[in-house]
Design a protein around this ligand. Sequence first.
Ligand code: SAM
Length: 259
Amino acid sequence: MVRAKKTLGQNFLMHARIAERIAMVSELSSSDVAFEIGPGTGMLTRELLKRAKKVIAFEADQELFEKLQTDFADDIANGRLELVHGDIRTFDIGSLPKGYAIVANIPYYLTGEIFRMFLETENQPISMTLLVQKEVAGRVAQSKKESILSLSVKAYGTPKREFVVPSGAFVPAPKVDSAVLTIRNISKKNFKTRTDEERFFAIVRAGFAHKRKFVLKNLAEAGLFSEKMRSRLEKLSISAKARAEDLPLPVWLDIAREE
Ligand code: SAM
């Protein structure tokens, strides 16, 4: 048995049935390349290899990397599995083949970074299927109250909370339950240019700066509120007393439009 390293956020899936269910909701087909972040002991990797054309798996832990090399020697030899050793935060996403799909049980400390890295890149995945903290999956996928996190995902794709995985399904068991989150229809269609994208995020961040204040006040304090914005909001019948969490993605996109 491998000893889990806390610093690398290691919580290993213990049941092949759960790994199979994750692979199933990812809707991988035999022509897809799956990209797995943190294969760990290979429980999910095995299921991905049953479905995808090829799996590229990226592991930071040297000890696990060496064990995977032995356990999956045949799949590596026949080219169906490419194992890479390193820290995902320094990975060149551009080196992945176009149209890859991410399927992973990621370490929790990397959740925000993985969303950012893979949604903002030019070489976006076609879909993401991630095991994340249940609370995070709920916050991203719900539609009643928005947050910087939910808007940062919805700006690029359609999130859905698929199913809950209880903490007891992992060793060691994390403090909280997890859930599988899928993000589909990933694209940059909401942004014509990188400047549009940057402006959208600057406005969202400013809008959420003080949670209890009205969004218009937050934007004004950041020097980002204009007359054009006021008339757009009026047209959309948005109350001057709306808070940032009450505004859905289309409204943010509309007020962030430059022209
Ligand atoms: N996929 C395995 C499973 O489901 O049992 C392991 C999941 S565990 C939550 C997270 C995995 O990510 C571990 O194998 C850990 O070593 C790896 N990891 C942690 N930080 C990483 C990083 N910065 N880059 C790449 N892999 C990392």
